[in-house]
Ligand binder design. Structure first.
Ligand code: ARG
Length: 304
């Protein structure tokens, strides 16, 4: 007989950075969702974004808003700006992204000073195409580690930088699915034991590693992940803010004690991102949400 353990929710996810979509467009193609012939409606996009921000604030979260650069149409996907967190000694840091594609690299120029203004000292793993690529949508605290997807965007070398720089254990997962090019399209931590997971994003050894890492996984099919963006959700306490939720997934979440809130951000799906991509949690705390590991440690899955 299974003993139902009701969720206490997630410790982090109360403080976010977001970018107001004043210049959101699909100007180029760097993922399979993007088609410059299918442009977002700027008025609808703005109202969807405002509803999302108000929803998060209504749940008690804070959202610091950075202005969008006119030359950076993808900057609305704030999750990718950098990995803001609180170090074991209480100081705040932001490991800035070094984007894979040159089309997004100017975003860091604005994001670095913005994070600094919030008290998060920026650090860099590379810049202008030189050094390791890191996109923060690939990195989430879960269990005993920072879980980092690598392949399409983040490079394996970045995992070493993160581990050493932050003094944490990094568990790498190899992403192979072209449509789930960031880990946040396939993995959403829910609480200490649970997460939404889509193993089809990963090669076989990494899919097995992910399922081993999460004691109670809520598995999404490839189709669910790609068509609903359900894994690209945000958790505030015990509320899951989702772009859509298949009935089976909702039933499981509610059984566990989560509330589900749906916010339509369909205009942003045209650029290949949803609610998680539009928000960037900066309150992951080393020593609380993942253990401090002095010197750092990288654990990679076996080769496929
Ligand atoms: N067009 C953006 C890109 O390809 C979408 C980013 C989605 N963000 C995310 N965290 N998955 O970079």
């Amino acid at each position: 007989m299974s003993v139902l353990q009701r969720t206490r929710g997630l410790g982090w996810g109360q403080r976010y950075v977001a970018v107001e979509p004043t210049h959101f467009r699909v100007d180029y193609v760097i993922n399979p969702f993007m088609d410059p012939a299918v442009q977002p409606d700027p008025v609808l996009a703005m109202s969807q974004w405002q509803t999302m921000v108000r929803t998060l604030e209504g749940l008690g979260a804070s959202v610091d808003v950075l202005a969008q650069r006119p030359d950076a149409p993808d900057m609305v996907y704030a999750m990718n700006l950098g990995l803001g967190l609180v170090r074991a000694d209480g100081t705040r840091q932001a490991v800035m992204s070094h984007m894979r594609y040159a089309e997004r690299r100017m975003e860091t120029v604005s994001a670095g000073p913005f994070f600094a203004g919030l008290g998060h000292a920026p650090s860099y793993v590379g810049s202008d195409g030189v050094g390791a690529h890191l996109e923060a949508g690939d990195a989430f605290a879960f269990g005993d580690a920072l879980v980092v997807g690598y392949g399409p965007r983040t490079e394996e070398l970045a995992l070493k930088h993160l581990a050493a720089d932050l003094g944490v254990r990094v568990r790498g997962l190899r992403i192979t699915h072209p449509g789930m090019y960031h880990l946040d399209l396939a993995f959403c931590p829910l609480d200490e034991r649970r997460a939404l997971v889509c193993p089809s994003a990963l090669d076989a050894p990494s899919a097995a590693a992910l399922l081993e890492l999460v004691p109670e996984p809520l598995v999404l099919t490839e189709e669910e992940a790609l068509t609903t963006f359900a894994a690209n959700s945000v958790v505030v306490g015990s509320t899951v803010v989702m772009p859509a939720c298949p009935p089976r997934v909702r039933a499981k979440l509610e059984e566990w004690g989560f509330d589900v809130v749906i916010v339509d951000v369909s205009e942003f799906h045209k650029g290949g991102g949803s609610i998680r991509c539009l928000t960037n949690p900066i309150d992951i705390t080393v020593g609380r949400d993942l253990p401090a590991v002095p010197g750092g440690e990288v654990l990679l899955p076996p080769e496929a």
